[in-house]
Design a protein around this ligand. Structure first.
Ligand code: B12
Length: 288
């Protein structure tokens, strides 16, 4: 059902291999046995048990001692109704660099303070650096470059408590959290710990929490108590615009999406939006 309560027409889709709707897909996995004809048969059996037909083990490679890696093709008769899927995303204006600095100055009358780090034992600095460092990422300046942002990058292996403490000391408007290692869901564990500490330190309600990393999406971030989640390909300008609009929204001044005064286009910031109903309602406002 659409939000207006009108049933949407179904759009059934399935994987496309050689011909549309043939259901052909490719999976890859590791089995904890050395490569052999028997291991190959085990891989085929695994694929059949997953419900695939026309199974073909197209590659088997040794992968460490006593392990083997497989690429297997097969066909599925499953399908999904594309029109029944709802994913939280937001459309709002995305200002270019100079324009964003202007509107921050005009609308907020001060610099936005953001404090970020890659938390826990995670030593991957490149994600948070891409967003915060002067140089930025993919031709897009980082937050340090914005005159209207004060960006404090604490680097990697920062304990959640240390990040919260620094953010509190700096009266940060937003906390930027990066997690790249996701083994055993450590990213979620650390993210939850950070939110808990922020609540204890009484900055949860007044701060914008942003979660990022290669395996982070907006939905997961909302579930963990963050305002927004940003995944692969995020540009610093996505984050800068998100924080500005979120601050306006929280102060009850968010405008309707519309072309900017400077005539630039509206843009979609993938992965940044208000929450689906029910998730952390105390922190969620209207979609911008
Ligand atoms: C470089 C690298 C390293 C370097 C890191 C150097 C550094 N200074 O960062 C070194 C060699 C140190 C390293 C170490 C390890 N690594 Co490593 N590493 C990589 C590698 C090859 C590239 C990562 C990278 O730099 N990406 C480029 C950045 C720009 O992309 P990104 O992080 O996705 O960031 C973007 C978005 O995600 C988003 N984003 C990220 N953070 C944030 C934060 C905010 C607030 C926002 C808004 C957005 C955002 O914006 C960014 C720009 O678009 C990846 C594999 C790969 N090809 O991705 C493995 C990888 C990440 N490493 C991996 C592992 C396992 C490790 C080790 C644990 C290995 C080991 N056993 O010792 C150790 C880590 C130890 C530790 N204590 O953390 C695994 C992680 C598996 C998992 N999912 O858990 C990967 C995926 C390799 C693999 N396939 O196994 N690694």
């Amino acid at each position: 059902m659409s939000s207006a309560g009108v049933a949407k027409e179904k759009l059934l889709i399935r994987p496309y291999g050689d011909r549309k709707d043939d259901g052909v897909l490719q999976i890859s996995f590791v089995l904890p046995v050395p490569a052999s004809e028997k291991a190959k048969e085990a891989a085929a059996l695994m694929a059949k048990q997953l419900g695939l037909s026309h199974v073909l083990v197209s590659a088997m490679e040794p992968c460490g001692e006593g392990y083997s890696f497989f690429v297997v093709y097969g066909r599925t008769n499953l399908q999904v109704d594309f029109n029944s899927i709802e994913v939280p995303v937001v459309t709002h204006r995305k200002h270019p660099f100079d324009e964003l600095n202007e509107v921050v100055k005009r609308d907020l009358g001060r610099r936005i303070v953001v404090v970020g780090a890659c938390i826990g034992t995670d030593s991957h600095t490149t994600g948070i650096d891409a967003i915060m460092n002067m140089k930025g990422f993919s031709g897009d300046y980082g937050l340090e470059r914005y005159p209207q942002f004060r960006a404090i990058n604490l680097g990697s292996q920062v304990e959640p408590a240390a990040l919260v403490a620094r953010a509190k000391a700096e009266k940060a408007d937003a906390i930027l959290v990066s997690k790249v290692v996701t083994q055993r869901d450590v990213h979620k564990e650390d993210a939850r710990a950070l939110i808990e500490i922020a609540k204890q330190e009484k900055i949860f309600e007044t701060t914008i929490f942003i979660f990022g990393g290669p395996r982070v999406d907006h939905k997961t971030a909302l579930e963990l108590g963050f305002d927004a989640g940003f995944g692969p390909g995020t540009k610093p300008s996505d984050v800068a615009n998100y924080v500005y609009y979120r601050m306006l929204e929280r102060s009850g001044r968010a405008p309707e999406p519309q072309p900017t005064a400077h005539g630039t286009q509206e843009a979609t910031i993938e992965g940044a939006s208000a929450s689906p109903s029910g998730a952390h309602p105390e922190k969620i406002g209207e979609t911008l």
